[in-house]
Ligand binder design. Structure first.
Ligand code: IMP
Ligand code: MG
Length: 225
């Protein structure tokens, strides 16, 4: 008996009164709310007939972000505010909602990277388009990521930031596609495990479009096939 509960999934959050529950929610294709002609989820935002379904509604995203923020805050203290690193542009919606949901102070930094590849897959060859504005030596860094697909971009980023001498690096990712993982990355906090379908919205784009949607949706196949 060590007092350590090994049955708890990694990243399990202790939620007030409700006991432990897993931090990560698994979403399957069956959860997708299909688009009927009368209910086109993109229409309110000017995208007509382009999305086939809503995969994660805005409300579910916000509820999850509150849970993620509580879990991250529980691992940090007020006197060592985490430095949140947002990977532009996909994570920008998540970062702004996450920072506002966080019950402790945080500081924000932005970085932009590009991974060579096609519009829908990444290659793992990463180039920095915009670097951090300051030194992260001795800081507790939390990388705020939109989605982990192959994991190649994140694994490169973790290695790059580790060379700069931070006190700790954690990753909070809103979405992960477990079946697309090519390299294992140590991600402490994950919001949703999703199918391998190409998703858009809430920061995620296809050719720079759809980032402005407040939910995560499935792009109609006719849009990219
Ligand atoms: P990875 O290197 O394959 O893990 O993917 C890194 C980047 O590819 C993410 O940060 C996204 O910008 C983009 N990406 C991966 N999957 C999707 C998707 O389903 N929709 C939109 N962008 C995606
Ligand atoms: Mg992109």
């Amino acid at each position: 008996m060590t007092g350590f509960d090994s049955s708890l999934p990694i990243g399990a959050a202790q939620i007030d009164g409700a006991g432990p529950r897993p931090l990560t929610t698994t979403v399957t294709s069956l959860d997708a709310i299909p688009t009927a002609a009368a209910l086109d989820p993109g229409a309110e935002h000017g995208y007509f007939g382009e999305l086939s379904a809503v995969l994660i509604p805005a409300q579910a995203l916000q509820a999850k972000i509150a849970d993620l923020a509580k879990a991250v805050a529980a691992d940090h203290t007020f006197d060592t505010p985490p430095l949140l690193i947002c990977v532009l542009k996909g994570a920008v919606m998540f970062l702004t909602d996450f920072a506002r949901a966080l019950p402790i102070p945080s500081e924000l930094e932005f970085m932009a990277v590009t991974s060579y590849g096609s519009a829908t897959t990444s290659s793992g060859v990463v180039r920095i388009l915009k670097d951090l504005d300051r030194d992260i030596t001795g800081r507790r860094v939390v990388i705020v990521e939109d989605i982990i697909d192959s994991g190649l971009t994140l694994s490169w980023l973790l290695r790059n930031l580790a060379t700069r001498g931070p006190a700790a690096i954690d990753v909070v990712a809103l979405l992960r596609k477990p079946e697309a993982i090519k390299v294992e990355v140590d991600v402490r906090y994950i919001g949703f495990d999703i199918p391998t379908d190409f998703v858009v919205g809430y920061g995620l784009d296809y050719s720079e479009r759809y980032r402005d949607l407040p939910f995560v949706g499935l792009l109609g196949e006719h849009m990219y096939r």
